[in-house]
Design a protein around this ligand. Structure first.
Ligand SMILES: Nc1ncnc2c1ncn2[C@@H]1O[C@H](COP(=O)(O)OP(=O)(O)O)[C@@H](O)[C@H]1O
Ligand SMILES: [Mg+2]
Length: 296
């Protein structure tokens, strides 16, 4: 099947910053695709070029095989990273206002249902919590029944409960057959929601695949981390089991044979305070790829 969106060698520069540097990827229809990366990675610049609101310096974006044009904008819904909502009107009035922009909007009832707006439908926009506001913004994005929705950091700044609520809305939108493209710097969000992720840093894509496939490719077994192993292991890592690496002053090793490895570590004079054993996640992968933490 032809991808719904193809991005080819996309680049954008600001003065001396290569915000997006020859980025290419395909997005299959109906999936949730994530651009994952820290602040300044180039996520917003990339997604805004894909939305057709920012002109690339070079490169191409194809929608169903054709360059994006004005008709493309009728087929997509956009939730910007920072959006002002009209003040002094209610959630219902906001939905009505935006519905009037489109020739064939989705029914209000459907939008209210998908985005769980019933309880706040008569509330003034100024009184919405962060999570409620994001739900309304998503509702505005899906009013035209778009084939693709773009969400730029939709859950940044939300509390954990509100983030989980928002994730279930995204699942609902996806279940309707809409292709979802989102940016995030939360690895747990990308891992949970995205069928495919592009890990970005400094305008480049470092890795691109399904989250679990990425992890399987880079890690075998579990990750053992010893945050303060003791000075002599840092200066002479050769004493450590093979495969162990020093990162941020900590010893890290992945192993498929947990008990054997742990037994081995216990015989050494390592300081095991704070030792952790966990299944590697995208945060660990980002650290491995870049040497720095995603949240830094
Ligand atoms: N309008 C702009 N003018 C100058 N530099 C910009 C502009 N927009 C983004 N940048 C720079 O481009 C890089 C990528 O930014 P952005 O795409 O916003 O990253 P992200 O969304 O991943 O945080 C950053 O270094 C940022 O400072
Ligand atoms: Mg951004």
């Amino acid at each position: 099947m032809e991808p719904i969106i193809q991005v080819r060698e996309l680049s954008k520069r600001y003065q001396n910053v290569r915000a997006v540097d020859r980025v290419s990827f395909d997005i299959r229809e109906g999936i949730c695709f994530g651009l994952l990366g820290p602040n300044g990675a180039g996520k917003t610049t990339t997604i805004e070029m894909m939305e057709g609101i920012l002109a690339p310096d070079s490169g191409q974006i194809l929608f169903r095989g054709n360059p994006i044009d004005t008709r493309f904008k009728e087929k997509v819904g956009i939730q910007f990273q920072h959006t002002a909502l009209p003040e002094f009107i209610t959630v219902r009035e906001t939905l009505q206002l935006f519905s009037a922009f489109y020739p064939d909007p989705r029914s209000m009832e459907e939008v209210i249902e998908i985005c769980s707006l019933r309880e706040i439908i008569n509330r003034d926009n100024r009184k919405l919590s962060g999570g409620q506001r994001q739900r309304l913004l998503l509702a505005l994005a899906i009013i035209p029944a778009p084939e693709v929705v773009f969400l730029d950091e939709p859950t940044t700044g939300l509390d954990p409960q509100a983030r989980r609520n928002f994730w279930s809305l995204i699942e609902r939108v996806k279940a309707e057959g809409t292709t979802v493209i989102l940016t995030t710097h939360y690895m747990d969000e990308a891992q949970l929601l995205c069928d495919e992720v592009a890990i970005m840093d400094h305008g480049r894509i470092l890795e691109l695949d399904a989250p679990q496939r990425l992890l399987d490719r880079h890690f075998t077994g579990v990750l053992i981390r010893i945050p303060e192993p003791g000075e002599r292991f840092i200066t002479d890592p050769s004493q450590l089991p093979s495969g162990a690496e020093i990162r941020d002053g900590a010893v890290e090793l992945t192993t498929a044979r947990i008990d054997e490895t742990v037994r081995r570590l216990l015989t050494m004079e390592l300081n095991l305070d704070g030792l952790s054993i966990h299944k590697p996640n995208l945060e660990d992968l980002f650290l491995k790829l870049t040497g720095s933490s995603l949240r830094a």
